[in-house]
Write a protein of this length. Structure first.
Ligand code: ATP
Ligand code: MG
Ligand code: FE
Length: 333
C-alpha cells in the first residue's frame, strides 16, 4: 500500500510516493529558487505560476520513479498549510483532482508536522518526544506524547531563525536564501562581535531573533558609514554563535524538564552544520539518554516525502478531508 504525497506550500513543488512501512520510493523536488533569487525573496505570484507548470510533471515523475501503478495507491496526501495561499491551492487542487478521478481518499497534512516526520526516515519515532522545529517561517519547541499529537511549548515572538539568516545575509550581499552560505562563512570566522543572546535566561521556551538581526544590521551599517571594513566570516560566525547558543540552551532545558525519549531537530535550518554539531555535543554531555534524530540534509528542506510520512499517521487515525478542503495559510500544530 502506498500514499502519493504533494507539497507546494512555498517555493518547492514536490511529489513523493511513500509505502505503509515508511519506505520513500520517490521524492521529486522541483525548486524555484533561481526564479526568486533576483527579487531577494519568494514572490507569491511567481511561486503559484511555477507550481502550476510543475505539478503534473512531478506527479508523473514520482509515479514512474516509484515504479508503481495508480491502482496500488491507498490515498493522496497534500499539505493544507501553513504557507502561501496561492501556492498551497495548486497542490490542493491537483491532489483533489487526482484523488477524485481515481476514487482515492484525500489526507490533509500540516507542513510543520511533515518537517518533524522527516526524522522518521532515520529511525522510528518514539514517545514522549521533543522537537526543535527551525525553518524559514517557524522556530518552535514541540512536545509529542504520541503519534500525531503536538503541544507547542515555546515559539519565536518575532522572526524565525531561518528568516533572520536570510535577512542578515541580504545585508552582506549574499543571494537568497542565505542560510547555507552564512553557515559556510561562519566556519571560517570567529565569534568576535558578541551579539545579544535574547531570552536565554528567561523561564520559558520562547525565542526572539529580531534584536540579534537589528544588532547585526546596525553593526554593518555603522562600519560602512565610517568606512571601516568588517570581516564577513567573523560577522557570520558571531551571528551563528548567537543563534545556536539560544537554540541549543533552550532545547536542552526542555529535554531536562520534560520526560523525553527522543529529540528531533527538523526544518530547513536543521541543515545547519554548526547547529547539528553543537546540539549533538550538548545532548551527549547533558542528557545522554535522549536519542537525537536529525534528518539527512535533503529531507530538512521542503519535500513531499516528509508529508507522506506524516500522512500515514493521519490516515491510521481516519483523518480524511472532504472535497471542500481549503488552504489554511496560518495553520498551527
Ligand atoms: P516553514 O517550513 O516555516 O513554512 P519554509 O518552508 O519556507 O518555512 P524551509 O524550507 O523549511 O522553510 O527552510 C528554509 C530556510 O532554511 C531558509 O530560511 C534558509 O535560509 C534556511 N537554511 C537552509 N540551510 C541552512 C543552513 N545550512 N543554515 C541555516 N539556515 C539554513
Ligand atoms: Mg523553500
Ligand atoms: Fe518548510
Amino acid at each position: 500500500r502506498y500514499i502519493l504525497a504533494i507539497e507546494s506550500s512555498c517555493d518547492e513543488t514536490s511529489v513523493a510516493v511513500v509505502s505503509e512501512d515508511n519506505q520513500l520510493l520517490a521524492n521529486v523536488v522541483a525548486s524555484q529558487i533561481l526564479s526568486h533569487k533576483r527579487f531577494g525573496g519568494v514572490v507569491p505570484e511567481v511561486a503559484s505560476r511555477h507550481h502550476v507548470e510543475q505539478i503534473t510533471l512531478c506527479m508523473k515523475l514520482a509515479l514512474e520513479e516509484a515504479n508503481i501503478t495508480v491502482s496500488e495507491l491507498s490515498a493522496v496526501a497534500v499539505t493544507e498549510g501553513p504557507g502561501l495561499v496561492g501556492a498551497l491551492l495548486i497542490g490542493i487542487s491537483a491532489a483533489k483532482a487526482f484523488a477524485w478521478a481515481n476514487g482515492l481518499p484525500l489526507i490533509p497534512v500540516n507542513h510543520m508536522a511533515g518537517h518533524i516526520y522527516a526524522a522518521s526516515y532515520v529511525k522510528p519515532l518514539e514517545f514522549p518526544l521533543m522537537a526543535l522545529l527551525v525553518s524559514g517561517g517557524h522556530t518552535e519547541l514541540v512536545y509529542m506524547r504520541e503519534h500525531g499529537s503536538y503541544e507547542v511549548i515555546g515559539e519565536t515572538r518575532d522572526d524565525a531563525a531561518g528568516e533572520a539568516y536570510d535577512k542578515v545575509g541580504r545585508v552582506l550581499g549574499l543571494a537568497y536564501p542565505s542560510g547555507k552560505e552564512l553557515d559556510e562563512l561562519a566556519h571560517l570566522g570567529a565569534d568576535t562581535f558578541n551579539f545579544p543572546r535574547a531570552m536565554l535566561r528567561e523561564p520559558n521556551y520562547d525565542f526572539s531573533f529580531s534584536g540579534l538581526k537589528s544588532s547585526f544590521i546596525n553593526t554593518v551599517h555603522n562600519a560602512r558609514q565610517k568606512e571601516v571594513n568588517l570581516d564577513k566570516n567573523d560577522l557570520a560566525a558571531s551571528f551563528q554563535a548567537s543563534v545556536i547558543e539560544v537554540l541549543v540552551t533552550k532545547t536542552l532545558k526542555a529535554c531536562q524538564e520534560y520526560p523525553v525519549k527522543q529529540l528531533v531537530v527538523a526544518g530547513g535550518v536543521a541543515a545547519n552544520k554548526g547547529l547539528r554539531a553543537e546540539i549533538k555535543t550538548a545532548i551527549t554531555e547533558i542528557s545522554p539518554k535522549v536519542e537525537l534524530i536529525v534528518p539527512p540534509l535533503h529531507l530538512c528542506g521542503d519535500n513531499a516525502g516528509m508529508i507522506g510520512a506524516a500522512a500515514w499517521i493521519e490516515f491510521s487515525k481516519g483523518n480524511l478531508a472532504d472535497w471542500d478542503l481549503n488552504a489554511e495559510p496560518s495553520l498551527t500544530l
